[in-house]
Each structure stands twice: as C-alpha cells, then as structure tokens.
Design a binder for this molecule. Sequence first.
Ligand SMILES: *[C@@H]1O[C@H](CO)[C@@H](O)[C@H](O)[C@H]1NC(C)=O
Ligand SMILES: *[C@@H]1O[C@H](CO)[C@@H](O)[C@H](O)[C@H]1NC(C)=O
Ligand SMILES: *[C@@H]1O[C@H](CO)[C@@H](O)[C@H](O)[C@H]1NC(C)=O
Ligand SMILES: *[C@@H]1O[C@H](CO)[C@@H](O)[C@H](O)[C@H]1NC(C)=O
Ligand SMILES: *[C@@H]1O[C@H](CO)[C@@H](O)[C@H](O)[C@H]1NC(C)=O
Ligand SMILES: *[C@@H]1O[C@H](CO)[C@@H](O)[C@H](O)[C@H]1NC(C)=O
Ligand SMILES: *[C@@H]1O[C@H](CO)[C@@H](O)[C@H](O)[C@H]1NC(C)=O
Length: 756
Amino acid sequence: MLRTASSAHRRCLSALLLLLPSLAAAGDGVVITQADYQGLQAIKHDLSDPYGFLRSWNDTGLGACSDAWTGVKCVQGNVVAITLPWRGLAGRLSERIGQLTQLRRLSLHDNAITGPIPTSLGFLRDLRGVYLFNNRFSAAVPTSIGNCVALQSFDASNNLLTGPVPPSVVNSTRIMRLNLSYNSISGDIPPEVAGSSSLVFLDLSHNKLSGHIPDAFAGSKAPSTSLKEAITGSYLLVFLDLSHNSLDGPIPESLLGLDKMQVVDLAGNKINGTIPEKLGSLTDLKTLDLSGNALTGEIPKSLSNLTTTLQAFNVSSNNLSGAVPASLAQKFGPSSFAGNIQLCGYSASAPCPASPSPAPSPPASPAQMGGTARRRRFSPKELELIIAGIVVGALILLALCCMLLCFLTKKRPGAGSGKQTSTTKAGGSGGAADVESGGEVGGKLVHFDGPMAFTVDDLLCATAEIMGKSTYGSVYKATLEDGSVVAVKRLREKMSKGHKDFEAEVAVLGKIRHPNLLPLRAYYLGPKGEKLLVSDLMPNGSLSVFLQGQYSSDVIDCSARQPIDWETRMTVAKGTARGLAFLHDDMAIVHGNLTSSNVLLDDNTNPKIADFGLSRLMTPAANSNVLTAAAALGCRAPELSKLKKASAKTDVYSLGVTILELLTGRSPADTTDGMDLPQWVASIVKEEWTSQVFDLELTRDADADAGPAGDELVDTLKLALHCVDQSPSARPDAREVLRQLQQIRPGPSEEIKANE
Ligand SMILES: *[C@@H]1O[C@H](CO)[C@@H](O)[C@H](O)[C@H]1NC(C)=O
Ligand SMILES: *[C@@H]1O[C@H](CO)[C@@H](O)[C@H](O)[C@H]1NC(C)=O
Ligand SMILES: *[C@@H]1O[C@H](CO)[C@@H](O)[C@H](O)[C@H]1NC(C)=O
Ligand SMILES: *[C@@H]1O[C@H](CO)[C@@H](O)[C@H](O)[C@H]1NC(C)=O
Ligand SMILES: *[C@@H]1O[C@H](CO)[C@@H](O)[C@H](O)[C@H]1NC(C)=O
Ligand SMILES: *[C@@H]1O[C@H](CO)[C@@H](O)[C@H](O)[C@H]1NC(C)=O
Ligand SMILES: *[C@@H]1O[C@H](CO)[C@@H](O)[C@H](O)[C@H]1NC(C)=O
C-alpha cells in the first residue's frame, strides 16, 4: 500500500532543521566503490519501480554517493543506508545486496516487494536496522541473519513469511526489537529467542506458532561483571506479544521474573493451567491480555495490586472460575471477563453467590466470544494503549541502542569514516549520561538517565513536524524509524550560551526527575553549534491548548472541546504546584518562564512542567526577550519589568496566573478593559461579583461528583490572588500553595503521588 500522501507533509528532521549541510549537499565527495555500485544496480534491476523513484539511479555512479540517488546514503564511498519506504516498489530484493558490505540500515517498509528475504544479508556485519514490514516477502527468515552481529532491530512483520523462527535471529547480542508478527511462521518458539538477554520488544503475534511457550525468559541478572554484560544485560523485555497463534501449555514461570514488563499479550492461543499469582508482582504492567485461551482456576487476588497501572486487562473467553477481584471488576468492564461460565462478580448479570461456597451461576448470556478475528484492526483505545506501551518501550530501546552503539564503536576503533570517532561513556552520580560523538555528521549526542536513546543518525533521520515556535527556538514532533516519537526543541544558536557553559548547565537540568516535571532525555550539539534538546512527547499538548480547546489539526471539529471538570482542574493545579515546589526546594532552580503553554499534560491529564531552567542555557539578551514576550501575554510578575531577573517569587506569580486560568477559563492574553487577568479578577472580586469570574463550566456542575463543593472555588481563588500579590514578599512559596490546594480539595491521588 502506498502511503505517500500521509507522509508528504513530513520531512527528515535534518532537512527541516537544515542541520546537515554536509548531507544535504554533495555527500562526502568520495566516489562510490565499484562493488557497491554494482550492488545498487542489481537491486534496481530486480525491483520494479512503477512510480519511477529509482530513475535518479541513472548515471555511471558518480552521483550515487552525492545524494543524487534517491534513498542512498554513503560514507567514504560505501553505502550505509538504503531508505525507500512507501515507494510502491515491487519485484524482488536482489541477493547482490550482500555486496553493500558497510550497509547499516535497510528500510524498505510499506512497499509490495515479493520473493525471499536475501540470504546474503548475512554478509552485512554492520547491519543494525532491517525494516521490511508491510511487503510481500515470502519463504523463511534466512538463518544467515545470525551472522549480523550488530543487528539491533529486525522488523519483517506483515509479510507472507513461512517456515520457523530461526534461533539465530537473536544471535546478535545487540538485538532489541524483533517483530515477525502477521506472517505465517510456524513451529515452536525457539528457547534462544525467549532467552535473549537483549530483546526489549518481541512481537510474534498473528502467526501459526505452536507448542509451549518456552520457559526460558531471561529475568533479572546478578550484577554484571563485564562491560558487555553491563550493556546487554541491563535491560529486560518490556513488550511481549505472542497473541493469535496456536501456543499451548502453561504461562511460563520465567516470564514472571521480567519485572520491567509493560505489555503481555497472549490472547487467542490454547494456553491452559492457572493464572500465576506472581503475575501480580509485574508492577509496570500496562496491558495484560489473556483472553481466548483455556485458562482455569481463579483470577489471583495479587492482580488487584496492578489495578492502578493496568490500562488494559482481558481474561475473557477462558474457563476461569470464582469471584473477580473487586478493583479489577470496577476498573474494567464486563467484556474483559465475559465468556468464563464460572466467573462471577464482574457485572449485574453474573453475581457471586452470597454464601462462601462457590456455586456455578450461569450468566444471562453465555457470550459468543469470537475473539480472534480482527486482523490488524485495533479499537482506538487498544491502539492508544499499545502505542503508549510501544512509545515507552521504544524509549528504553533507544537508550539501549546508543549504549550498544557505544560498545560497538569502541570495539572497532577507526571503522567507517574519519569523522566517526570513538565514543565514551561519561558517568555522573545520579545523572549518568551516555555520549555518542560522531555518526556520519559529527557533533555530539548526550543521553541522560532514562528509558530513551538513539544514535545521532536515528535522531537526524527522524521525520519531523513542527509543533511550535518560541523566542528560544522551535519544537518538533520527531518520529524515529522504529515508530517511537519524541519532542525535539531546537534552540536558537545565537541566543544560547557557548558550548562549555551550555554543557555545564544542561548537565544539571538533565538530572532533574520528578513526576510533574518533563524530563530532559538527551541533547545534541551539532558540528556548527546547533543545539537540540530531546524530551518525551506529551500527547495531550499544553494546558493552554487544553483550556482553549484548540485541538490538534487531526481533530476536525475544533469547537467540540470536552468540558473540563473541577477535579481535573485541581489535579492540574496541584501537580503544577508540586513540580514547581520540587524545582525550588529540592533543586534550587527557578523556572523563569512558567506559563500554561509549558505546562504539558500526559495521558491522564497529569501536568508536567516543561522548559524549566531553560533560561540557564540562554544568553541574558535572549532571556530579556522572553520576559518581554511573557509580559505581552500577561503572565509576568510586575517587578520583572524593573529587575529583569526571575526568582522563585516571580515563578509563584506565574503559578497564580495559571491557577486563575484554570478557574476562569480565560487566557491571560485576553485583556478586558486594558486589565490583565489578575487585575481583571481582582477588580471583579473587589466589586463582589465573585461568582462571575469562574468558568461557566464550573458553576454549572457544582452538584456533580467531580464538581466543586462548598467553598472550594472561592478558597482557590483567594489562594491564586495571594500568589499574584503585587508585592513579591507577600506571595506564598510554591510548597505552601501546594499544601493549601491539598487542603482545599484532598484528592485520591495524593498518596500515590507522594510515593513517586
Ligand atoms: C538522472 O536523473 C536525474 C534525476 O531524475 C536527472 O536530473 C538527470 O538528468 C538524469 N541523468 C541522466 C544522464 O539521465
Ligand atoms: C549463531 O550463534 C551460534 C552460537 O554462537 C553459532 O553456532 C551459529 O553459527 C550462529 N549462526 C549464524 C547463522 O551465524
Ligand atoms: C509489529 O508489527 C506490527 C505490524 O507491522 C505492528 O502493528 C506492531 O506495532 C509491531 N510491534 C512492535 C512491538 O513494534
Ligand atoms: C494443558 O494441556 C495439555 C495438552 O494440550 C495437557 O497435557 C495438560 O495436562 C494441560 N494442563 C493443565 C494444567 O490442564
Ligand atoms: C499485593 O499487595 C498485598 C497488599 O495489598 C501484598 O500483601 C502482596 O504481597 C502483594 N502481592 C504481590 C504479588 O505483590
Ligand atoms: C472448565 O473447568 C471446569 C473445572 O473448573 C471443568 O469441569 C470443565 O470441564 C472445564 N471446561 C472446559 C470446556 O474446559
Ligand atoms: C476482550 O477480548 C475479547 C476477545 O477475546 C474482545 O471481544 C473484548 O472486546 C475484549 N474486551 C476488552 C475490554 O478489551
């Protein structure tokens, strides 16, 4: 299927950023080697190219390594990447691809290529990423893939592959992602694959696999001794999808030792035995789907320990019995439990008998759970969960990628181009950072602690869409080849500090971790002084957008904003205060530019403050520009016009404005009669029209459960006005604001948050 339309508005990050004049212009000037030239010619010859994308592969090879040949990237006259997804290519992939001995990335996904996956891929010792999904490759996965000792990611999902899973597919100690889903692969799952100590994602769903799931999963390891183990053994499987095969036998014991597991999908098999009690100790689990199997016994009580983290749970269509633990029954609807004749307590039609002795209670409708049918169709909710799981996992995967690359390049000094210098691992207490210098481009990539990493190449080859611009720079949504998504902020070079100061400051910011602060995951310093900051992408955007209802362009009806209830608004206010209090008290850092547009919201509308301390990375001139911009938006404390220096007290003023936005639903940029938001609120309160300041949505739901009770609105308003007091010394500190907000409306989430 050709998906050029959907990708047309996306561009490579490097192209958008105009970061890479060296790549955008004429390669590195080295003419392609004869072997690589012939390899490419053979590939072109065997593919059919109905849309003419390969017409540029026309000259005698002089252009091949100067970016004239579509989708070909070279270093020192050797092809290192072939990137031709969504090009409508058919025909076969030539065995002579084995001549491209330096090939690192082969990306041909979303075409219509037929025939076998070339055995000669086994000659490519540098191959790191193979992306062949959504094609028509047939025959078995070649065993020779085991020779690719650098392989990190192999995705041949949604093809017509048959034969067994070759155990050698995990021969590479760097393999992190294996996706062979949606094929017709048969036979047993090799114990080597389950036992791989480097796999983070394993997706073998929708095949014809049979036999037991091997009890060979590699759980937590003893502290590692060698560098290799430290790198390959420090991460564990987080994503396991074996659904829709013909697997039987029990849920393997060793699976329960994988305590980083986030997604376990075994649906639509013939798995029998009981659900193990120990599953309740996988405390990161977000998705657990055991539906459509032959499981017996009760749902263990320990699973209720997972209720808060679990986002999807399904044990329907098994042979389970007894009572469903109450918290699970409450969180998940009847369709997660239906089709178990002896299961009770999950819906009114399947009540548990009053007496403790279990008696079979036939449900009203013995549901006909078809279960397995939907091929490559997920409900939006499932999709969301899967994507969330994948994104989180992919971040971990990426972190691994970088570490592994470090290891790889260290082992082979001098490989590749002259620019590809060795890598180092710089460690600081608490904020261990992995440094990759080089790539094909030069520059330096530093990863901070956290489940995210990628190489320079991965980052700069990401497709990017601009999300916003500010005085400090532009923010992009970057999608990496493996589908994970990150937010990338490009700082304006002229406005940011010089390398040395910048690195010292960013190292401090990169260590900060708090549930209400958006963590900085990595930064990149380009050879020409380009500076990129990488952080998690928050799918719900910013608070200002959330309040004003300007939803992303994918949502067609922009006016259809859901009302935001008081409970949600208070969660945002408390989270923002909590993040700010941590920043001030524990980190001694001033945010400097807190506004509702850098309070971002995660999936559960928990706030995460972004851009904290950013001013430390910028020149004083840039910072005074930002203050001027903030003044125009009405978010700025009045004393800043004189002092030009942000402080904890000016942050609290901004927090007060944010709370006023939550209360009034008004943007601080909307001035009324020449008054900014605090002045406007104060003027109304003075004239005792207090109730008029509140967002209509709030006064309307005063009686609802999630609506404001008693004096909550007025008390919060008083607190916010206290924060925007003209005199800095009269303002409370952020910790006190948090305490008072918690007093006004104690939330169920308080304890959970306190533990994080
Ligand atoms: C090769 O292809 C490029 C791009 O399609 C075109 O500009 C160029 O004229 C072609 N050269 C020859 C010799 O056909
Ligand atoms: C995979 O590794 C095993 C053991 O290290 C080795 O015997 C085998 O030859 C390798 N397979 C391939 C195809 O390289
Ligand atoms: C595996 O591939 C399928 C089909 O291409 C895709 O839907 C799924 O998200 C992939 N799984 C992982 C873990 O990447
Ligand atoms: C599971 O099924 C197999 C046959 O597929 C059977 O031999 C085994 O006893 C069953 N185990 C349980 C616990 O029912
Ligand atoms: C689940 O939580 C209970 C306490 O609520 C605890 O006693 C038990 O050990 C936990 N189970 C697991 C498997 O973690
Ligand atoms: C379901 O389990 C019960 C015992 O709990 C057993 O008697 C019954 O035969 C099982 N039914 C199926 C279809 O496996
Ligand atoms: C649980 O799985 C069954 C198929 O086995 C499906 O019909 C049902 O919708 C699923 N329920 C949920 C809540 O995902």
